[in-house]
Design a protein around this ligand. Structure first.
Ligand code: HEC
Length: 108
């Protein structure tokens, strides 16, 4: 009886680990690509220069997803100050941000 109990506990904890990992990986780059349409006007790919007026915009294609999530969340919460990027990030949900980050991270 004792050993039977032990055997049933292990798969449950493994399952929990898999579920937690999947939540992190669940970001949907295809959904992010749609949401990113407005971003590309400024974060133009491949040359990362705003079209008009011409000014340098940080390169975000190929950036790490975790970095993009942190940056967008900071703009949204105004812990990173930038009026334009706050305007762009304020309407995004955490899921949107994760999806957009997955999309840009998938670019070369
Ligand atoms: C009107 C132009 C414009 C638009 C539209 C725009 N951005 Fe930006 N973005 C900028 C500028 C300029 C900066 C640099 C701001 C700063 O100095 O903090 C920036 C910074 C960023 C950064 C931080 C990059 C870094 O290296 O730290 C991320 C991430 C980002 N934008 C993502 C997005 C996403 C996602 C969208 C669409 C939802 C978007 N941006 C729309 C102009 C724009």
């Amino acid at each position: 009886m004792k050993s039977k109990l032990k055997r049933s506990v292990l798969p449950v904890s493994l399952l929990a680990t898999v579920l937690v990992t999947n939540t992190v990986l669940a970001a949907d780059p295809a959904a992010g690509e749609k949401l990113a349409e407005t971003c590309l006007g400024c974060h133009g790919i491949p040359d990362q220069v705003n079209v008009y007026p011409t000014y340098k915009v940080p390169k975000i294609g190929g950036q790490h997803a975790q970095y993009l999530i942190a940056a967008l969340t900071a703009y949204k919460n105004k812990t990173r100050a930038h009026a334009t990027m706050h305007a762009n990030a304020s309407a995004l949900s955490d899921t949107d941000i994760a999806d957009i980050a997955a999309y840009f991270a998938s670019l070369k």
